[in-house]
Design a protein around this ligand. Structure first.
Ligand code: PMP
Length: 355
């Protein structure tokens, strides 16, 4: 750290992304990416002409992508915001809506919320999940602060029903409630339609998980026109061209091929059921998941040891050292054959069989 860094930033702990090692080929079950490639139409969406046109800036209004998203979800284009990954939108939202009254979010949730709060000098408190790792919606009623809730939550995988979200939104009319639906397509219930009824609800989504486009960096959000205009203002005050031309084209083709992605979500849900049952068979406690990952702990091996042993065998999962969840690991649902290899490796580790 240099002696010039702003004092607020000196205190900020940067987010630690999941490992992306390059030393060998791993089965990657650690960052909730999709095991499936984008739809063929998406892969073919970019041609030499598009590469040639990279000399020109991209469309800062993202008009075509917004129109396609609004048609797919039955909202108006002015109710849609798009940006460079949903992390970008979370960043803007903490900056725009958190500083005035402070923020709250669960103690076990997406690790970036506390980073953005620190980055922007937002005072925040973390509300403990219940013992069964669920969010108690009653803890958020009338709290009068900016609220961020991942629904389904990460890394637990558990979701809240829409009526409970509505209670939170309704009882905090003077603050923005941000619902992060990064994983909603894997079994959760979306609350985005409530944005027509409440002016304080911002629903954030991503192309990184169910749309197989993590490397493309594309996120979107739904909200009332004024709320969307507020975050547009931040985008236009920082980096108006923050989505590149190629990603815009890929995003448009993705929306055009929704059926492919819904089918892949169905596959992942099936593989999740297989993996959960197989882990439970080996004595694991596995939380119910509405996401493309499982959160599980063994009564025979510590979370850290299992993570390290699997890494030795070329399989990456995510371990968190936070006290309350250090016995658990988060396991992304990969392709069926990857999950079979994962279960086989887990059995070898538990029963001491040969590698
Ligand atoms: N929200 C949650 C809950 C996540 O787990 C992630 C992925 N790490 C994100 C948002 C950010 O996703 P992206 O920036 O790739 O859209």
């Amino acid at each position: 750290m240099s002696r010039f860094l702003d004092r607020c930033l000196q205190k900020t702990d940067a987010y630690t992304p999941g490992e992306q090692p390059r030393d060998k080929q791993y089965i990657k079950l650690n960052t909730n990416e999709s095991p499936y490639p984008p739809a063929p139409e998406v892969i073919n969406a970019v041609n030499a002409e598009d590469l040639g046109s990279l000399r020109l800036y991209s469309d800062p209004t993202c008009k075509v992508l917004k129109e396609k998203l609004s048609a797919l979800y039955g909202v108006k284009p002015q109710n849609v915001f798009v940006s460079n990954g949903s992390d970008d939108i979370l960043n803007f939202a903490f900056y725009a809506f958190g500083r005035e009254n402070g923020a709250v979010f669960p103690d076990i949730t997406y690790g970036f919320y506390s980073v953005f709060a620190q980055l922007h000098g937002v005072e925040y408190s973390e509300i403990p999940l219940k013992d069964d790792f669920t969010v108690d919606y009653k803890d958020y009623l009338g709290i009068n602060k900016f609220i961020a809730i991942a629904n389904p939550n990460a890394p637990t995988g558990i979701s809240l029903p829409v009526w409970q979200i509505e209670e939170i939104v309704k009882t905090n009319p003077d603050n923005v409630v941000l619902i992060d639906e990064a994983y909603v397509d894997f079994g959760g219930e979306s609350c985005y339609k409530l944005t027509e009824k409440y002016d304080n609800l911002l629903v954030v989504r991503t192309f990184s998980k169910s749309r197989c486009l993590a490397g493309g960096r594309l996120g979107y959000a739904f909200g009332c026109e004024e709320l969307i205009a507020d975050i547009e203002k931040i985008k236009y005050s920082t980096n108006p061209y923050n989505i590149n031309r190629l990603t815009l084209k890929l995003g448009e083709a993705t929306v055009d091929n929704d059926g492919y992605y819904m089918e892949k979500c169905g596959e992942i849900i099936k593989t999740r059921a297989f993996t959960k049952a197989a882990l439970e068979n080996e004595g694991f406690t596995v939380l119910n998941s509405d996401t493309n990952f499982l959160f599980a702990k063994s009564n025979r091996i510590s979370g850290e040891k299992l993570y390290l042993e699997l890494k030795n065998r070329g399989i990456l999962i995510r371990h968190f050292s936070k006290e309350r969840i250090k016995d658990f690991n988060r396991i992304t649902i990969g392709a069926p054959e990857e999950m079979e290899l994962f279960i086989k490796a887990v059995k070898e580790i538990l029963y001491g069989e040969k590698k």
